[in-house]
Design a protein around this ligand. Sequence first.
Ligand SMILES: [Zn+2]
Length: 148
Amino acid sequence: MTRDDWVAVCGEALERKGISHFHPLEICDVGREAHGAILLAPRPHLIQNAIRLCRVLLYLREAVRPTSVLVNSWFRSSIYNDRIGGVSKSMHLTCGAADVVKSGLTPSEVADILESHPESDQFGIGRYKTFTHIDIRGMVGRGAPARW
Ligand SMILES: [Zn+2]
Protein backbone atom coordinates (compact mmCIF):
# COMPACT_ATOMS: atom_id res chain seq x y z
CA MET A 1 0.00 0.00 0.00
CA THR A 2 1.43 3.38 -0.97
CA ARG A 3 1.07 6.50 1.14
CA ASP A 4 -1.47 7.82 -1.37
CA ASP A 5 -3.51 4.62 -1.02
CA TRP A 6 -3.32 4.95 2.74
CA VAL A 7 -4.56 8.56 2.60
CA ALA A 8 -7.53 7.47 0.47
CA VAL A 9 -8.48 4.31 2.40
CA CYS A 10 -7.80 5.59 5.91
CA GLY A 11 -9.29 9.01 5.08
CA GLU A 12 -12.50 7.35 3.97
CA ALA A 13 -12.62 5.21 7.13
CA LEU A 14 -12.09 8.24 9.39
CA GLU A 15 -14.79 10.16 7.56
CA ARG A 16 -17.21 7.24 7.86
CA LYS A 17 -16.63 7.23 11.63
CA GLY A 18 -17.06 10.99 11.86
CA ILE A 19 -13.46 11.58 12.95
CA SER A 20 -12.28 14.91 11.60
CA HIS A 21 -9.47 15.97 13.92
CA PHE A 22 -6.86 13.53 12.65
CA HIS A 23 -5.43 13.16 9.16
CA PRO A 24 -4.24 9.80 7.72
CA LEU A 25 -0.73 11.20 7.31
CA GLU A 26 -0.68 12.22 10.96
CA ILE A 27 -1.16 8.54 11.74
CA CYS A 28 1.47 7.16 9.38
CA ASP A 29 4.12 9.88 8.98
CA VAL A 30 4.41 11.94 12.11
CA GLY A 31 7.69 11.51 13.93
CA ARG A 32 9.45 9.76 11.07
CA GLU A 33 10.13 12.43 8.49
CA ALA A 34 12.66 14.21 10.67
CA HIS A 35 14.69 11.03 11.00
CA GLY A 36 14.95 10.37 7.28
CA ALA A 37 13.27 7.01 7.69
CA ILE A 38 11.69 5.23 4.77
CA LEU A 39 8.01 6.08 4.87
CA LEU A 40 5.96 2.92 4.62
CA ALA A 41 2.19 3.03 4.95
CA PRO A 42 0.60 0.73 7.53
CA ARG A 43 -1.27 -2.34 6.28
CA PRO A 44 -5.00 -1.62 5.79
CA HIS A 45 -6.23 -3.90 8.59
CA LEU A 46 -4.47 -1.61 11.08
CA ILE A 47 -6.92 1.20 10.33
CA GLN A 48 -9.31 -0.21 12.94
CA ASN A 49 -6.64 0.21 15.62
CA ALA A 50 -5.99 3.78 14.46
CA ILE A 51 -9.71 4.52 14.76
CA ARG A 52 -9.90 3.08 18.28
CA LEU A 53 -6.96 5.22 19.28
CA CYS A 54 -8.48 8.29 17.57
CA ARG A 55 -11.50 7.91 19.85
CA VAL A 56 -9.26 7.89 22.92
CA LEU A 57 -7.38 10.94 21.65
CA LEU A 58 -10.67 12.75 21.03
CA TYR A 59 -11.61 12.02 24.66
CA LEU A 60 -8.29 13.56 25.66
CA ARG A 61 -8.88 16.51 23.36
CA GLU A 62 -12.22 17.34 25.02
CA ALA A 63 -11.08 16.73 28.62
CA VAL A 64 -10.62 19.66 31.04
CA ARG A 65 -11.02 22.10 28.15
CA PRO A 66 -10.99 21.41 24.42
CA THR A 67 -7.44 21.96 23.17
CA SER A 68 -5.46 20.30 20.43
CA VAL A 69 -3.62 17.04 20.93
CA LEU A 70 -0.22 17.01 19.24
CA VAL A 71 0.98 13.60 18.10
CA ASN A 72 4.76 13.19 18.11
CA SER A 73 4.78 9.55 17.02
CA TRP A 74 1.98 7.18 15.99
CA PHE A 75 2.57 4.35 13.51
CA ARG A 76 6.09 3.00 13.12
CA SER A 77 7.17 0.58 10.40
CA SER A 78 9.36 -2.24 11.72
CA ILE A 79 12.36 -0.75 9.87
CA TYR A 80 11.87 2.56 11.59
CA ASN A 81 11.12 0.96 14.94
CA ASP A 82 14.40 -0.99 14.74
CA ARG A 83 16.30 2.13 13.76
CA ILE A 84 15.16 4.10 16.79
CA GLY A 85 15.63 1.16 19.16
CA GLY A 86 11.93 0.61 19.83
CA VAL A 87 10.88 -2.57 21.64
CA SER A 88 10.19 -5.45 19.23
CA LYS A 89 6.50 -5.84 20.13
CA SER A 90 5.90 -2.09 20.23
CA MET A 91 2.24 -1.12 19.98
CA HIS A 92 3.40 1.63 17.60
CA LEU A 93 3.79 -1.13 14.97
CA THR A 94 0.02 -1.74 15.15
CA CYS A 95 -1.22 1.88 14.74
CA GLY A 96 -2.54 1.44 18.28
CA ALA A 97 -0.07 3.66 20.12
CA ALA A 98 0.79 7.34 20.08
CA ASP A 99 3.13 9.66 21.93
CA VAL A 100 1.16 12.82 22.61
CA VAL A 101 1.13 16.26 24.15
CA LYS A 102 -2.04 18.18 24.97
CA SER A 103 -1.76 21.92 24.66
CA GLY A 104 -1.59 23.62 28.08
CA LEU A 105 -1.20 20.44 30.14
CA THR A 106 1.83 18.60 31.51
CA PRO A 107 2.50 14.99 30.43
CA SER A 108 1.54 13.87 33.91
CA GLU A 109 -1.82 15.69 33.72
CA VAL A 110 -2.41 14.06 30.34
CA ALA A 111 -1.69 10.63 31.84
CA ASP A 112 -4.15 11.37 34.68
CA ILE A 113 -6.87 12.21 32.14
CA LEU A 114 -6.20 8.95 30.28
CA GLU A 115 -6.45 7.09 33.59
CA SER A 116 -9.94 8.57 34.00
CA HIS A 117 -11.13 7.14 30.64
CA PRO A 118 -13.86 4.49 31.17
CA GLU A 119 -11.76 1.90 29.32
CA SER A 120 -8.40 2.76 30.90
CA ASP A 121 -7.99 -0.85 32.05
CA GLN A 122 -7.40 -1.63 28.35
CA PHE A 123 -4.59 0.91 28.03
CA GLY A 124 -0.87 1.09 28.23
CA ILE A 125 0.11 4.49 29.62
CA GLY A 126 3.70 5.65 29.79
CA ARG A 127 4.68 8.82 31.62
CA TYR A 128 7.69 10.57 30.12
CA LYS A 129 9.24 13.94 30.82
CA THR A 130 8.07 15.66 27.62
CA PHE A 131 5.17 13.50 26.35
CA THR A 132 2.71 10.76 27.30
CA HIS A 133 2.53 7.36 25.60
CA ILE A 134 -0.96 5.92 25.17
CA ASP A 135 -1.84 2.58 23.60
CA ILE A 136 -4.90 0.36 23.32
CA ARG A 137 -3.17 -2.99 23.95
CA GLY A 138 -6.15 -4.58 25.73
CA MET A 139 -8.38 -3.89 22.72
CA VAL A 140 -6.11 -5.94 20.45
CA GLY A 141 -5.84 -8.93 22.76
CA ARG A 142 -2.65 -8.06 24.59
CA GLY A 143 -2.21 -8.03 28.35
CA ALA A 144 -3.59 -4.88 29.93
CA PRO A 145 -3.41 -2.59 31.74
CA ALA A 146 0.26 -1.59 31.60
CA ARG A 147 1.78 1.42 33.32
CA TRP A 148 5.27 2.84 33.38
ZN1 LIG B 1 5.12 5.44 22.54
